[in-house]
Design a protein around this ligand. Structure first.
Ligand SMILES: NC(=O)C1=CN([C@@H]2O[C@H](COP(=O)(O)OP(=O)(O)OC[C@H]3O[C@@H](n4cnc5c(N)ncnc54)[C@H](O)[C@@H]3O)[C@@H](O)[C@H]2O)C=CC1
Ligand SMILES: N[C@@H](CC=O)C(=O)O
Ligand code: NA
Length: 818
């Protein structure tokens, strides 16, 4: 024997009822013996409750609602039963509705609704749905019989939530099923007292009916047909990556549903579990999906945890005071009075110092609880043994649940670490000694971020998500987007990393989409859907979204943008940038950013500040971490100037060579930043700082290369005109060097706390002589690299190598967060 139960959405419409009939027919064709339990059509129970309420207050238009219920059932009959059989069924349904109307007239006359009458009114939902579906099934030639559960489920007279008399019920069910020969179509949710008064079974009512039947008939399995693919690892409305849990234990299902997973209400399944009958949760609208099997033992799984659930809105009550330490009975008194007032406690936490107890409750009852506790502990408060009872609001509880957590170490560590890295403050913690649930209380505004980052970390075969916000879609920005697009499949498959661009802005428009912006047509979307950009608004949105693993990427050379870095880092958002402005301003600002990132456990990465993608900053940081000390740095740090001095020949146009450098993507947005030495000054300053020297910008001495008129040019085109005019100046510089067999190199050096940069002719002996193209070279002399310096050399400018350095920084954050 198998028991099937169809919930309100499964029997909610003509289309869904067709599905239900199909499922029943499939069982018949396979020769299964089945009993089927039905809920009321979706929404009808609530309507009946409303109708009852209206009748007591004398509102007459409740009849209108009754009509609507009747029409809904009639429509099913019209759609699914052959015309010639319909009138008989209409009469039948009308008969039931008449009974309801008589009852409501009575209620409306006496203006009183007892719990007993309330139960009777709500029983009509299941009676109507089961009646019409039985008729539909029969009209298709499937043998079936309506079974009013009030004949077989006997309860006490606690109307609203009646207790089942199992001895009598089991006997009646067994006797009934021994007699019948065709499929029984049973009304869910209802029973009756020994005096045959109608009762209802409380929360999870129809599941309960199925479970009682299954247990009494020793069914092989109970199928709960609903409208989702079984139980999920998290609420898919909050965690888009949630997926189906194929098997789950009863204890896990209990824990998860206590914390909000509403698919089933496990306590109502207790009778089936007591007899070890598995429950399958299946989807009427996707009947081939395997759903979830709830049983005593779940199969071995890939993941240590089974699911994550939450209660979105709770209040925390804190009772504390020195008078509680070592005093027996405080908690008894506390929870005793809460129980006496029927206040349900969601979670309790007490530190072993016994100095405080905190517990979570439904926030709607918080004021009431405070009043009750203030009164109960008035004496203790007055004597100072207990401080004031404090209530904290706007909180949520998240529970990670799973039998796999039992006796397995590192899970709490992982949980706290991922929440910490994402800046989610933990207000309270509770873990039962059953070890299958760790619950944390957090601020409500962090709920989505916490759920998603936990889901991401615990369900590991799923890629970790990095959420990126890009400012600047110029040369480096657009190249980065292209690289991310090309590499995303590899990252997902090989590194379990899903890189998701959720926001972008250029100097005109910004576009934000927490679901991700597809990178094959970002230009089009930014253009058509983007709104007028504003950096403060962009940054506010980022904070507002509060997505886990967020990274802000600044691909501009803007000076104003860097003022946002600190607050971003402070909001646990990592920052990656090729923009040198932040790191080359006052030393105190540079330090502050480093500190903020460190304190917040997020990353501030800028490898491309020096030598583009060449691993220069990482090398310096590595040496520093390992305790080396820097003695001297000598370097060529401008790709642009390298290129220019490697390309410029007497008789050619210097301005054209600079133009060429700009076109090749080597120069700064304003090439004067390169030619004036400013860009190199920034780089040597940053290198010195990384090497542990607190240099200020004014400590860098620049020997300027450009004639004054070029520097003073008001615009970039005007600057190029000045360059043309000064061609002989550059030719002379070059000729002078060549005469001596030397080459011109723009060299930066740092030694004895002094940084200097300027044009220097180098001869063939010098290691910088051979440099070609737009290459950079850095030579570090340190305590450990004293006799022969450590040298890094290679292309130090250009779109591909720079974007790739930025990308590598971004990906390293993915690994760090994992
Ligand atoms: N080109 C290279 O080889 C290297 C460049 N860098 C750095 O990369 C950064 C970007 O350089 P490129 O892409 O070459 O310059 P670019 O001029 O091509 O791109 C910068 C973009 O940022 C936009 N922008 C400026 N302020 C903005 C704001 N407030 N909001 C939104 N967008 C804004 C500009 O409109 C421009 O499209 C610069 O800081 C540069 O120093 C670093 C290493 C190497
Ligand atoms: N403009 C720079 C590249 C970025 O740092 C250079 O020419 O080196
Ligand atoms: Na670099």
């Amino acid at each position: 024997m198998q028991v099937l139960k169809f919930g309100g959405t499964s029997v909610g419409s003509v289309e869904s009822i067709k599905q239900v009939i199909q499922i029943i027919d499939n069982h018949r064709q396979q020769g299964d013996q089945i009993a089927v339990v039905f809920s009321a059509m979706g929404g009808v129970t609530n309507q009946l409750i409303e109708i009852g309420r209206m009748a007591t207050t004398g509102e007459t238009d409740y009849m209108e609602l009754v009509r609507r219920i009747e029409d809904r059932h009639f429509n099913v009959v019209k759609a699914l039963i052959p015309i010639k059989e319909q009138s008989k069924v209409f009469a039948h349904v009308r008969g039931i509705i008449n009974e309801l109307e008589d009852l409501l007239r009575g209620v409306s006359l006496i203006r009183e609704l007892t719990l007993r009458t309330h139960d009777l009114i709500t029983s009509f939902g299941e009676r109507l749905s089961t009646t019409i579906i039985t008729e539909c099934v029969k009209s298709r030639g499937i043998p079936a019989q309506f079974c009013d559960a009030r004949q077989i489920i006997k309860t006490d007279a606690q109307f609203g939530q009646a207790e089942v008399n199992y001895t009598l019920t089991n006997q009646l069910i067994q006797e009934h099923f021994a007699k019948v020969t065709v499929t029984q179509m049973v009304t869910g949710f209802i029973g009756s007292t020994e005096k045959n008064e109608t009762t209802t079974l409380g929360r999870g009512g129809s599941d309960y009916t199925a479970s009682i039947l299954g247990a009494a008939l020793n069914a092989e399995v109970i199928d709960i047909w609903t409208d989702v693919d079984g139980m999920m690892t998290a609420d898919p409305r909050k965690v888009p990556n949630a997926f189906n849990i194929p098997t789950i234990t009863y204890a896990e299902a209990m824990e998860l549903s206590h914390f909000g997973a509403k698919v089933i209400y496990p306590p109502s399944l207790q009778p089936a579990f007591a007899r070890n009958i598995p429950i399958r949760v299946l989807n009427t609208f996707n009947p081939t999906h395997e759903g979830t099997v709830v049983s005593r033992t779940a199969e071995r799984r890939q993941y240590t945890i089974t699911g994550i659930s939450s209660i979105d809105d709770i209040a925390l009550v804190n009772v504390q005071g020195s008078g509680m330490i070592g005093v027996a009975g405080v908690s008894a008194k506390l929870f005793g009075v809460l129980a006496a007032h029927k206040i349900s406690v969601i979670l309790i936490s007490q530190a072993s110092s016994e100095h405080s107890i905190c517990f979570a409750i439904d926030p709607r009852g918080a004021e009431n609880v405070k009043t009750i506790l203030d009164a109960e502990f008035a004496a203790e408060i007055e004597h100072g043994h207990i401080d004031n009872i404090a209530i904290e609001r706007d909180l949520s509880v998240i529970a990670t649940v799973g039998e796999g957590m039992k006796k397995s170490s590192g899970i709490a560590g992982k949980l706290f670490s991922v929440l910490g890295k994402n800046g989610v403050n933990i207000v309270a913690v509770a873990q039962g000694s059953s070890e299958i649930n760790i619950s944390v209380v957090i601020n409500k505004n962090n709920l989505s971020k916490a759920l998603n980052s936990l889901h991401n970390i615990f369900f590991q075969s799923e890629a970790r998500v990095l959420n990126l916000y890009l400012v600047g879609t110029g040369l480096i920005g657009k190249t980065l987007l292209k690289q991310i697009f090309d590499q995303s499949e590899y990252l997902r498959a090989e590194k379990l990393l899903k890189v998701c661009v959720v926001g972008m802005t250029n100097s005109k428009k910004m576009l934000l989409d927490p679901k991700g912006i597809a990178l094959d047509d970002w230009r089009e979307r930014l253009l058509t859907e983007g709104v007028t950009t504003s950096l403060p608004a962009f940054v506010d949105k980022i904070k507002d979204y509060n997505l886990p693993n967020s990274v802000f990427i600044d691909c501009t050379s803007d000076k104003d943008i860097v003022q946002f870095y600190e607050s971003l880092l402070d909001s646990n958002i990592s920052v990656v940038t090729p923009n040198k402005v932040a790191n080359s301003g006052p030393y105190a600002e540079y330090r502050r950013l480093q500190r903020t990132a460190l304190n917040r456990g997020v990353k501030f990465l800028y490898e491309t500040n020096v030598g583009a993608g060449l691993p220069i900053i990482n090398t310096v940081q590595g040496l520093m971490t390992a305790g080396d000390r820097f003695l001297k740095i000598e370097a060529i740090l401008s790709g642009t100037l390298s290129f220019i001095f490697n390309t410029f020949r007497p008789g050619t146009s210097f301005a054209d060579v600079v133009r060429d450098a700009k076109e090749k993507g080597y120069t700064e947005p304003d090439p004067r930043d390169d030619l004036s030495g400013l860009d190199v000054a920034r780089k040597i300053l940053i290198l010195a700082r990384e090497a542990g020297f607190p240099l200020e910008p004014e400590d860098v001495t620049i020997t300027n290369l450009l004639p004054e008129s070029c520097l003073a040019a008001p615009t970039i085109p005007a600057f190029f005109e000045e360059l043309e005019r000064n061609n002989t100046y550059f030719e002379n510089l070059l000729a002078e060097a060549e005469e001596k067999g030397e080459k011109l190199r723009f060299v930066a050096s740092f030694e004895n706390n002094k940084a200097t940069i300027g044009l220097r002719p180098v001869n063939a002996e010098h290691p910088f002589y051979q440099l070609t193209g737009a290459d950079n070279i850095v030579s570090f002399t340190t305590e450990r690299y004293k006799d022969r310096p450590l040298v890094i050399k290679g292309p130090g400018a250009g779109a591909e190598v720079t974007a790739s350095g930025v990308f590598a920084d971004v990906v390293s954050i993915g690994s760090y967060l994992a």
